[in-house]
Design a protein around this ligand. Structure first.
Ligand SMILES: [Zn+2]
Length: 443
């Protein structure tokens, strides 16, 4: 079954936007029909979305109330289908830490996971992955799956299960809490390999290599789980001499968008889910205008999420010149909790260069926090005493991003709580809820 779906996806990416939309409408209509008939939560919520002839009524779509994370958590039982088609296979529980930091538990199926795998494989084809090379994944701890140092060698091939030729290099996994120098040593043993790693750790490995640690032989980095900044891309190019290929995914929605080989922007997997980017009035954003990413993944029939608010900010892109008909996502700019808001109406994700942290403060772990409308706190871990740090140079380096008159506070700490968690963010807005927040206008 997977091979047929994979072939269809390979073909569809080159179809016109009109044909892709027709495919979406069909998948959505079937999905909505299922949700309305078998999922108690949707019994009376999707009345006008299907026309009398059973086709999708896109005009009624904006009237469907977007689903917040809190609504999902409150209605977990009512969001489950009472009748899952047998062909959708086994159920799998997932937990996502998401934007609020509160875990959201949910259920997906083998069928939905197969579609995610197809999207991931297609993105690997885009960038010409050579399955004969080795694969090294530095991953978050998975229960019942011991990847602590010296890691785990995964049996069998890492080429797609539906490939005609499944010969591949070796496949290794290591827990991401392994000390970074040990991660580098582990990677050096793996020979030429593709590395999957979150930016949080990838930045640190690149910094260590630039500081003189021996370099592993990385063919490319596959990134997922956090924002890939230009600064991180540059760091990796200088440290490893390779490219980062970015993927935007979530436990709830699967593989949402993958980087186009022609640039740093992503292509939305329109054949797998509907992505809307909505402003603060829930109206669609124009290309270049940032808004919240709202998703409807088509294939999780066990727990249908219809217009689910991700809490992530994305910027719609212009049509791509690569020839693919898939919608462009100019960038994923961060999570809502990473947006800083200022008294002058500006808002943005600060994205301070890791090189600046390293050069001025010798910081090994760092976090920028907005603690008040005019106060930003720089938290960091460093062996260097204050009189040997260049705090003024640091402020000079970040200053053009922030409005005049800001107060900056440095906080050198023994550790930063949560830094070893995969959803740790380098920037966090800790404004009290009473402070008015303007919609993001510049990112
Ligand atoms: Zn493209």
């Amino acid at each position: 079954m997977a091979a047929a779906f994979a072939q269809a996806s390979d073909r569809l990416q080159w179809a016109s936007p009109v044909d892709i939309r027709a495919h979406q409408d069909k998948a959505l209509a079937a999905f909505i029909r299922h949700a309305r008939m078998t999922v108690p939560f949707y019994a009376d919520r999707l009345i006008d979305v299907l026309s009398p002839d059973g086709t999708l009524n896109r005009h009624a779509w904006p009237s469907v109330q977007p689903l917040s994370r809190a609504m999902v958590a409150e209605n977990l039982d009512r969001l489950q289908t009472t009748s899952l088609p047998v062909s959708h296979g086994m159920l799998h529980n997932f937990a996502s830490s998401g934007t609020s930091g509160l875990p959201l538990e949910g259920v997906t199926t083998s069928f939905a996971r197969m579609h995610t795998a197809i999207m991931q494989v297609r993105a690997k084809q885009w960038v010409g992955v050579d399955y004969h090379l080795n694969r090294a994944q530095i991953i978050h701890h998975v229960q019942g799956h011991d990847t602590t140092y010296p890691g785990k060698a995964v049996d069998g091939s890492w080429a797609p299960i539906w490939a005609n030729d499944r010969r591949s290099g070796t496949w290794h996994q290591l827990d991401h809490s392994t000390p970074h120098r040990q991660q580098l040593a582990w990677l050096r043993e793996k020979g030429r390999c593709y590395l999957s790693i979150i930016p949080n750790s990838g930045i640190r490995l690149a910094e260590l290599v630039l500081a003189g640690e021996a370099k592993p032989d990385i063919a490319a980095i596959f990134s997922c789980g956090e924002i890939v900044t230009d600064a991180y891309r540059d760091l990796v190019r200088r440290a490893f001499g390779c490219t980062i290929w970015d993927t935007y995914a979530s436990e709830e929605a699967g593989c949402i968008a993958c980087q186009c080989p022609s640039g740093n922007h992503l292509h939305i997997n329109d054949d797998h889910l509907l992505v809307e980017i909505l402003d603060t009035n829930d109206q669609p954003c124009a290309p270049g205008q940032p808004g919240e990413i709202v998703v409807t993944p088509f294939y999780n029939y066990q727990m249908p999420l219809i217009r689910y608010r991700t809490g992530d900010i994305g910027v719609p892109g212009a049509p791509c010149t690569c020839g693919r008909g898939l919608t462009s996502l100019a960038s994923v700019e961060g999570r809502l909790r990473e947006v800083f808001y200022f008294a002058n109406g500006e808002s943005f994700v600060p994205g301070i260069s890791p090189i600046l942290w390293q050069r001025c403060l010798n910081a090994t772990i760092h976090q920028t926090a907005q603690v008040d409308i005019d106060t930003v706190e720089f938290r960091f871990v460093s062996d260097t005493p204050e009189h040997e740090q260049d705090r003024a140079g640091f402020i000079a380096g970040i200053n053009r991003r922030f409005p005049c008159g800001m107060t900056y506070r440095f906080r050198q700490m023994a550790t930063i709580p949560g830094h070893d968690k995969p959803k740790f963010t380098y920037q966090i807005c800790e404004l009290p809820p009473t402070v008015p927040r303007h919609p993001p206008v510049r990112l």
